[in-house]
Design a protein around this ligand. Structure first.
Ligand code: URA
Length: 245
C-alpha cells in the first residue's frame, strides 16, 4: 500500500482557508491546533493526509474541514447563480464561508440556470470534474420540466431523433429522452450540457419551460430529504455511483 502524502500543517491549513501562514503559526502558538488531543505548536510540522485526519486534527476545538479531494451535492434553490458573471447570490454562498478561500477552489460541475433548481455537484478535484462533464462520459442528466402549453405528442420523437438543431448552433443535439408525466409536465433526459439546453429544446418545438428541476446526474439522484439550499458530502462510493460503479 502506498504511503499517504504528507503536508506542512501551515500550508494545509492555509489552503483550507483557515488564514494566512502567519495567522496559522500564531494559532499554533496559542494552542489552537491539536493532533490526537495533543497541542501542535510547530505549524511547520509535516502531517500525513490520512482519511481520519478530519477527526484527529482539531482547529480551535473543531474537527478539521474536509481535506482536498472534496465532492458535494447541493440542492440548488431557485434564484441562486452558479456564475460570478451573473447578478444575485451565488451557490458558493450556501457553503461555509471558509470553504470559499480554499485552494484548490471548489467549483460547480457544470451549471444550472438561476431559474433552475435541483441537483448540482461541486468539487475541488479537476480530474473528477472533467470526468463528469466530458462529452465522452455521456452521463445522463434528468430534468422535470413544467411547460406553458400541453405536450402535443410529437416532442418525444423530435428529441430522440438526434437531428434537433438549436437556434444559433450548427451541430444537432444528441438524442434525448422525453417521458410525458402530465399534460404540461415531462421528464427530459439529456447527455449533453449545452447552454440552457432543455429550455431551448422546448422553445424549438414551440413550447416554453415555466419551471425546471434536475433530479439526477448519472447514477446519483437528489435525495428527497436534502432540502433546497442544503448540501451533502459525497464519499468515494457515492462518487463511483455517479458513473454507475
Ligand atoms: N437546461 C436548461 O435549460 N437549464 C439548465 O439549468 C440546465 C439544462
Amino acid at each position: 500500500m502506498s504511503k499517504p502524502a504528507t503536508f506542512r500543517l501551515d500550508r494545509l491549513l492555509a489552503n483550507l482557508g483557515y488564514g494566512s501562514r502567519r495567522e496559522i503559526h500564531a494559532l499554533a502558538r496559542a494552542g489552537g491546533i491539536e493532533l490526537d488531543g495533543v497541542e501542535v505548536s510547530d505549524a511547520e510540522r509535516r502531517i500525513a493526509l490520512t482519511d481520519d485526519l478530519t477527526t484527529r486534527l482539531k482547529i480551535d476545538g473543531r474537527p478539521l474541514d474536509p481535506p482536498p479531494g472534496i465532492a458535494l451535492m447541493l440542492h440548488k434553490p431557485l434564484g441562486v447563480t452558479c456564475s460570478h458573471k451573473e447578478a444575485g447570490p451565488l451557490v458558493y454562498d450556501l457553503l461555509p464561508a471558509r470553504w470559499r478561500r480554499r485552494d484548490p477552489a471548489i467549483s460547480t460541475v457544470g451549471r444550472l440556470d438561476k431559474d433552475t433548481s435541483g441537483l448540482l455537484l461541486l468539487t475541488d478535484d479537476g480530474a473528477l470534474l472533467h470526468r463528469i462533464i466530458s462529452p465522452k462520459a455521456k452521463l445522463e442528466k434528468s430534468y422535470l420540466a413544467t411547460l406553458a402549453r400541453p405536450l402535443d405528442g410529437s416532442e418525444g420523437a423530435v428529441f430522440a431523433a438526434g437531428t434537433l438543431m438549436l437556434e444559433g448552433e450548427d451541430k444537432p443535439l444528441l438524442p434525448a429522452g422525453l417521458e410525458p408525466l402530465g399534460p404540461t409536465l415531462a421528464r427530459v433526459t439529456i447527455t449533453e450540457g449545452r447552454y440552457h439546453q432543455v429550455r431551448r429544446m422546448f422553445a424549438a418545438v414551440g413550447n416554453h419551460v415555466e419551471a425546471l428541476h434536475r433530479d439526477r446526474i448519472g447514477g446519483l439522484t437528489l435525495p428527497d430529504d436534502l432540502e433546497p439550499g442544503k448540501y451533502r458530502r459525497l464519499d468515494a462510493a457515492a462518487v463511483a455511483g455517479i458513473f454507475g460503479g
